[in-house]
Design a protein around this ligand. Structure first.
Ligand code: GLY
Length: 406
């Protein structure tokens, strides 16, 4: 008897990869150019390490310079993640010491529940404490990451099988709302399952990614930014944007969170259907890039004066590299995804990078945080800087042997 075929997670149609990649994008990135780009990033980190001291860069810049903030935002982990990457590539103790001071701050943050009532705990704790645990074996970091994972698990709604994005679980405005960005927060749960032996973390992550696959990805391979379920019955209700142009448009960064999150979850749960879905989402994204290959802030725009989102490009590049690494060697799109990722990074290094900026300056110009609310529009965003650095590190490990913090 032949085995029952596994049902597809989502019947979305995969567009063929139709867009010609910009002609000047080289398939094989020049390793010397990558090393030079990493040296520029390290120089910027050195300037900012002195400038921020024990504080952190704000989520987005003002005139390309990040205001200093305490450990209170959803974005603090990106700066710590950059310090860990800097430590990995250089071995310099100053980065490790600064990152270890952050770990102590992150430990306190979860213990005191300082602005932890949201799904972004994975962004915060994967790049700070899980990175610390992986690189140094720190028990304090592991304890903090476990605490954060328990807070994230508190947001799991059993009926709908999702982690609620924002707000109190009883808040009528937010109850039952999931978000594509949360794909990147699930690795914290898988890590906690493995570290503690408690299956509940992985079970919740598995149900959440399945809900994202079935309901956030639309039939044409685009994505909703957020999706509501009835919290009482668990029935799916409707999609809604938060940071995109319209409910039925496709917010570029959300699509990039999809490209990267599905293969990162595959790394943990081995469900190959997530790789297929990442390809669907990736092709939709790549087919809607303007001439220089750096997406507008919403994929409804493919030309004209609207702002780009360089941070979406940096996230997508890391996602395409992860996807390419996880696909079987015979997959015909494997090389194209790596080529596209390398091209985007070349473009970011060549035309979007702020070299030799002021203290506090960001790295990647022309990102957008929240266009509908007018926040961080055409500014630097700290996650764009992080993912640009991660993409450079990934590209310098052409054998794919760099171990993500996710
Ligand atoms: N996760 C929030 C954002 O991408 O702006």
């Amino acid at each position: 008897m032949s085995p029952t075929p596994t049902p597809r997670l989502n019947p979305a149609v995969m567009e063929p990869l139709s867009a010609a990649l910009p002609r000047h994008w080289e398939a094989q990135p020049d390793q010397a150019a990558l090393q030079q780009a990493i040296a520029q990033v390290l120089a910027a980190i050195d300037r900012n390490l002195e400038h921020f001291g024990t504080q952190f860069p704000a989520p987005s810049s003002v005139n390309s310079v990040y205001p200093a903030i305490g450990n209170i935002e959803w974005t603090n982990g990106f700066w710590t993640g950059m310090l860990w990457l800097a430590y990995e590539v250089s071995g310099a103790a100053r980065y490790r010491e600064a990152a270890e001071a952050h770990v102590r701050s992150f430990h306190e943050r979860q213990a005191q529940r300082i602005n932890t009532n949201h799904h972004d705990l994975g962004f915060l704790y994967s790049l700070s404490c899980i990175a610390a645990h992986k690189l140094t074996g720190s028990e304090l970091a592991a304890e903090a990451a476990m605490g954060a994972a328990r807070l994230l698990l508190e947001r799991y709604m059993e009926r709908a099988g999702i982690i609620q994005a924002w707000g109190d679980l009883n808040d009528p405005e937010q109850a039952g709302r999931m978000i594509i960005d949360c794909n990147l927060n699930l690795p914290l749960l898988y890590w906690a399952a493995q570290h503690s032996g408690e299956r509940a973390f992985a079970d919740a992550a598995n149900r959440h990614i399945e809900a994202a696959a079935r309901h956030i990805v639309r039939a044409d391979g685009s994505t909703f930014h957020t999706f509501f379920f009835d919290p009482a019955t668990g029935q799916p209700r409707h999609g809604k944007t938060h940071q995109g142009y319209a409910d039925d448009s496709c917010w570029s960064r959300g699509q990039a969170w999809g490209i990267s999150g599905f293969p990162l979850v595959y790394r943990h749960n081995g469900d190959a259907r997530l790789l297929e879905l990442s390809k669907v989402v990736a092709n939709y994204f790549l087919n809607r890039l303007p001439e220089d290959g750096i997406a507008y802030w919403d994929l409804i725009f493919t030309s004209g004066p609207e702002q780009r989102d360089s941070s979406a490009a940096a996230i997508a590049a890391c996602g395409l590299l992860e996807l390419s690494r996880q696909l079987p060697a015979a997959d015909p799109l494997r090389g194209a995804y790596r080529h596209a990722a390398a091209g985007m990074v070349q473009e970011l290094s060549g035309r979007y990078l702020i070299a030799g900026g002021a203290p506090g300056s960001g790295l990647l110009r022309h990102a957008v945080y929240h266009k509908p609310q007018g926040m961080g529009v055409d500014e630097c965003c700290i996650w764009g800087d992080y993912f640009y650095f991660e993409a450079l590190v990934r590209l310098t490990h052409s054998g794919g042997d760099w171990q993500p913090y996710w």
